[in-house]
Ligand binder design. Structure first.
Ligand SMILES: [Zn+2]
Length: 315
């Protein structure tokens, strides 16, 4: 925040924040003025409250320059006035993430909860940026959810987006995940003889083949670095890079409709129990032993995932 005492009459003023009784003017990074009441800011923002003692009695018409854009300030200031709050689902992502950072920066408590909740809802569309946000502001649950959503993203892409300490933790986390994934291929194997029967079950092979194909499809996603993958987090092109990588993830067998698209975006180990359950339903009437073994497989997979270290444990 930098204060200066020479207001420029030529700058545009926000229509929403243009009160005649205002005693403070904020200037956005794109040079829009917001005429506000100091008491509102001090009541809702810890940072303005803390600065209050040092700025009381300063020049009239003081202008405080902020680093946020007018779009962000227009939304943020609605949280310090007695008025309906904005519907954050209508806010485009680039503005939303800046708003979430701004309310953390100025410690606007009335907005921190809804903004972080909205960020959490955006995990599947913007996993890396939500991961960075949650690490910066220490939201453990959001951090673990978004890290899960990045497991299929190539390390080359992650390297260019994450700070080095976070990337080091992420690599360890992803390696552990690969170990869990490898375990699934050999947990039961392609042929299976049920208890008391010497020949392998004719139905098991199909179950295994379909499950192994699904597990393998996640491995084939990790290709060489994409030409545009060196973009930095926060650059305008990042979301398009991620959009490209996520849409390639969404080409699973049933990637139609929103729900199945989300399912296809979920990590393969998280989808495995559902897959095992479907195999039980489809093949259960053919062989009761296969059904039992699939059920056992499912419980082991779920147990291993539950016991696996979360991303926050690696930081
Ligand atoms: Zn069987």
């Amino acid at each position: 925040m930098a204060a200066k005492a020479t207001p420029s009459p030529t700058l545009p003023v926000s229509k929403r924040f243009d009160s005649a009784s205002a005693d403070m003017t904020l200037q956005s990074s794109d040079n829009v003025l917001f005429k506000v009441h100091r008491v509102n800011l001090e009541m809702h923002s810890q940072v303005f409250a803390d600065a209050g003692g040092s700025t009381v009695g300063t020049v009239e018409n003081e202008i405080v320059s902020l680093s946020e854009t007018s779009e962000v300030l227009e939304l943020m200031l609605q949280y310090v006035y007695l008025q309906p709050q904005p519907d954050l689902r209508e806010v485009e992502w680039e503005v939303m993430k800046e708003l979430a950072e701004a309310v953390e920066k100025y410690e606007i408590y009335s907005a921190i909860g809804v903004c972080s909740q909205r960020m959490r809802e955006c995990v599947s569309d913007h996993p890396i940026e939500v991961l960075l946000f949650s690490v910066r502001h220490k939201y453990t649950n959001m951090m673990n959810e978004s890290a899960e959503a990045t497991l299929d993203i190539p390390p080359y892409t992650m390297l260019s987006c994450l700070p080095s300490d976070v990337f080091a933790a992420w690599v360890e986390y992803q390696q552990n995940h690969h170990a869990l994934l490898a375990k699934e291929f050999t947990r039961f194997g392609p042929s299976r003889s049920h208890r008391g029967v010497s020949a392998s079950c004719e139905y098991w092979h199909e179950h295994y083949a379909l499950i192994a194909a699904m597990l393998a499809s996640s491995l084939s996603r990790e290709g060489p670095p994409r030409p545009r993958a060196r973009l930095r987090a926060g650059s305008a092109g990042l979301s398009s890079v991620l959009g490209a990588s996520m849409s390639s993830v969404a080409t699973g067998a049933n990637a139609t409709g929103l729900r199945s698209r989300c399912d296809a975006n979920r990590n393969v180990l998280l989808r495995l129990p559902d897959m095992l359950e479907r195999r039980q339903e489809v093949g259960g009437d053919k062989c009761a032993d296969c059904k039992r073994d699939l059920s056992y497989w499912m419980s082991q997979t779920e147990r291993d995932w539950r016991d696996a270290r979360k991303f926050s444990d690696y930081l």
